[in-house]
Design a protein around this ligand. Structure first.
Ligand SMILES: NC(=O)c1ccc[n+]([C@@H]2O[C@H](COP(=O)([O-])OP(=O)(O)OC[C@H]3O[C@@H](n4cnc5c(N)ncnc54)[C@H](O)[C@@H]3O)[C@@H](O)[C@H]2O)c1
Ligand SMILES: O=CCCC(=O)O
Length: 528
């Protein structure tokens, strides 16, 4: 069977180096003594065929046209994991052509057929959650338990949209005259370009790919150059699940070039992006020339308000989870803890004690709760925020310096007496630092919380139900956790307001982002 046009098949044959399901070679150079955990993990991954170091275009595992590669390494140890292709504009253009050729076939499948294939993919992701979790810990650093949790969360989007695919309903609108019938159809947007970050190497991908595929779209994904291995492994399982070649393509490499090709193409009808606000703005601007549909999940500056009437134990537990998840490298991580005067010292003491119990190390080690940051640049940003705060009068209650493990590790830190003139009040620290700001009353708390260009997640701890309701309404954020630090779930709408983004992911609303409405007016209906 000819999958793609003759011209595309010829090009794919020329650039591919491995056929479907083949495991590309690629040496894993790891020291045998000091890193036996990592070595064993990579061996298991290789045996399972899930350590792939190529991009996927159509049914071909491809290198860059010019053979260039980029190295993926373990942030905990600096060890080499794989050399992956460093692709650019030309490879992306090929992926767009392939996705465009796959679109008519995929979009014409019944929703039941698409649902079944997504369900198969979900089953395979769950079946391989342990190996995929290990792969994620190796390339991203998060503790293994958290990584496996992310695989389950990522698979949850696939399961959800396998179900939602069956509910892509149209509508009949009552007409104002007898001779007309008004109908709304919902159809796939077309070819989608998706660009994703390194902090959630799989969930940020399935949160886009699953609704896109459920809607009938085909997609080209550009994962972060720091964490492409989880994306490629999941794509292999998608092919194995029976999702046709060309429906899901992965290109890895030069971000501005790949982004540029996606933006300029008139075949790409939608750009969906998760990452920094700075890059999101560029993509929004670049989408204007071809008027693409755009979804943006961007940075945050989450406040966590703790009122005098909060249950301290609940607040400490919630703030700990929301701050130190993924070592503080989560877009919904708390950036600022605002504590009311009356409870400030008591909370600070209890929180600092809880934070000092966190265990920093290589995410593959048993009992580690805090892995490394993604790279030394991320550590440098944390250092600059802490230095700025301390220079302006902050007190270090716990941590406050790079960890003795070195390179990418920073101590879980709590700062007291922080004030709004400090960098950490305005900018996402994206690391394990919790600054405690002081406020007097509810009005001041809401004012401080909203005093930012961002509006992704926010948290409130209070036992007063009227206050909880009032403050949740007053917060200019897309999401509010009330007496809860872990709010993410595939069944709820995830997204921000202000400069934190556009659109929602997850839940039934996430599907709308990949659908266009078409209004059909039937005329001449009154005559027989
Ligand atoms: N709102 C959310 O759901 C959400 C989720 C995760 C992360 N984030 C945000 O992401 C940021 C951290 O991730 P990051 O450092 O990977 O962000 P980033 O913006 O640097 O990179 C994200 C992706 O964009 C690509 N990219 C960079 N420059 C580009 C360009 N010019 N054109 C096209 N693509 C380009 C990168 O290669 C990567 O794949 C934080 O700000 C975090 O809050 C937001
Ligand atoms: O980093 C942002 C996404 C993480 C989540 O979905 O909770």
């Amino acid at each position: 069977m000819l999958l793609f046009s003759r011209r595309v098949s010829r090009v794919l044959a020329a650039v591919s180096v491995h056929s479907k399901f083949a495991t590309p070679p690629g040496g894993i150079k790891m020291s045998t003594k000091a890193h036996s955990d990592s070595q064993e993990a990579t061996k298991k991954l290789r045996d399972a065929g899930l350590l792939l170091s190529r991009a996927l275009i159509g049914d071909k595992w491809c290198e860059a046209f010019d053979g260039r590669t980029i190295t993926v390494s373990n942030p905990a140890t600096g060890e080499f994991l794989a050399d992956v292709p460093f692709m650019g504009r030309k490879e992306t253009e090929l992926a767009i052509t392939v996705a465009n050729e796959a679109f008519p076939v995929w979009s014409q499948k019944t929703t039941a057929e698409r649902s079944k294939l997504l369900r198969n993919w979900f089953d395979l992701l769950i079946e391989h959650k342990e190996e995929l979790g290990r792969l994620m810990t190796l390339e991203q650093g998060k503790p293994l338990k958290e990584a496996i949790g992310e695989i389950v969360y990522a698979a949850g989007f696939v399961e959800l949209y396998a179900e939602e695919a069956k509910r892509i309903y149209g509508e009949i609108i009552p007409a104002a005259t007898h001779d007309k019938r008004l109908i709304v159809l919902r159809q796939p947007v077309g070819v989608v370009g998706a660009i994703t970050p390194w902090n959630f190497p799989l969930a940020m991908i399935t949160r886009k790919v699953a609704p896109a595929l459920a809607a009938g779209c085909t997609i080209i994904v550009k994962p972060s150059e720091f964490t492409p291995l989880s994306a490629v492994a999941a794509a292999k399982l998608a092919l194995q699940a029976g999702i046709p070649p060309g429906v899901l393509n992965i290109v890895i490499g030069d971000a501005p070039q790949i982004g540029g090709a996606l933006l300029e193409s008139t075949k790409v009808r939608k750009i969906t992006f998760t990452g920094s606000t700075q890059v999101g703005k560029k993509l929004m601007e670049g989408s204007a020339a071809t008027v693409k549909k755009v979804s943006l999940e961007l940075g945050g500056n989450a406040p966590c308000i703790i009122f005098d009437d909060a249950n301290i134990e609940v607040a400490v537990r919630g703030a700990l989870a929301a701050k130190y998840r993924n070592s503080g490298q989560t877009c919904v991580c708390i950036n600022r803890i605002l504590v009311q005067d009356g409870i400030y010292e008591e909370f600070a003491k209890a929180f600092a004690q809880a934070v000092s119990g966190l265990h920093v190390g290589n995410g593959l080690e048993e009992g580690v709760t805090q892995g490394p940051l993604i790279n030394p640049a991320a550590v440098a940003k944390v250092v600059s925020h802490v230095e700025d705060a301390v220079a302006k009068g902050a007190r270090v209650l716990v941590g406050g310096k790079t960890h003795s493990l070195g390179r990418t590790f920073y101590e879980p830190t709590v700062l007291a007496d922080t004030t709004p003139d400090m960098k950490i009040f305005c900018e996402e620290v994206f690391g394990p630092v919790a600054p405690l700001f002081r406020f007097k009353d509810e009005k001041e708390a809401v004012r401080l919380a909203n005093d930012t260009h961002f509006g992704l997640a926010s948290y409130v701890f209070t036992e007063n139900i009227s206050r909880a309701w009032r403050v949740a309404e007053a917060l200019e954020y897309g999401m509010v956790g009330l007496n809860e630090g872990l709010i993410s779930t595939e069944v709820a709408p995830f997204g921000g307001v202000k400069q934190s983004g556009l659109g929602r992911e997850g839940s039934k609303y996430g599907l709308d982002e990949y659908l266009e409405m078409k209004y059909v007016c039937f005329g001449n209906m009154a005559s027989s």
